[in-house]
Design a protein around this ligand. Structure first.
Ligand code: SF4
Length: 165
């Protein structure tokens, strides 16, 4: 496990967990869910984390062997991640990146255009289209947020984000 310098007891990313650690984390989530059962507090996993843990948690609850391969599987070719639609980021120099896993891929700069123009601009559209085409221009193949989900699940995730149920 890789330990972050600033949080010595935390791994840098869940992508660096080994199988035993994945199961330990999933069991901890189950314990927390059970402890909150019947209370007014609900444990809600961040959607991308839920995408990677939901099946493992249900398998553990069913007392079957969890398929940890699924956790590690990253369909980079069809990485249904909505970050380039929902979570563009601005760097201190004003440049805008389409998502946290974008590396050096910028989609424009607030020095020269408004945020609305940047996120609707040709480079932002190209990144989003590349996700839909299964040939991401960003670093999905090494990103811990890459999702092993289908495009039907992707659509459901989007509908939830847009306020649907
Ligand atoms: S690099 Fe790919 S998986 Fe990572 S946040 Fe960006 S779009 Fe999502």
């Amino acid at each position: 496990m890789v330990i972050r310098k600033d949080y010595a007891d935390q791994p840098e990313t869940v992508a660096q967990l080994d199988d035993a650690e994945i199961v330990t984390l999933a069991r901890s989530i189950i314990e927390a869910q059970d402890a909150l059962e019947g209370s007014t507090t609900e444990l809600i996993l961040q959607p991308l984390l839920e995408g990677r843990f939901a099946k493992i948690i249900s398998e553990l609850r069913a007392q079957s062997k969890p398929d940890t391969d699924r956790f590690h599987a990253k369909r980079a070719g069809s990485s249904a991640c909505r970050m380039p639609w929902t979570d563009p980021m601005v760097r201190p120099d004003g440049s805008v990146i389409p998502c946290c896993g974008a590396g050096t891929e910028t989609i424009g700069s607030l020095k020269f255009a408004s945020m609305a123009e940047v996120i609707d601009g040709p480079r932002a559209r190209a990144v989003r289209q590349s996700i839909l085409d299964g040939k991401p221009l960003v670093n999905c193949s090494t990103c811990c947020l890459a999702q092993d989900i289908t495009f039907a699940e992707f659509r459901t995730d989007f509908e939830k984000w847009l306020g649907g149920t």
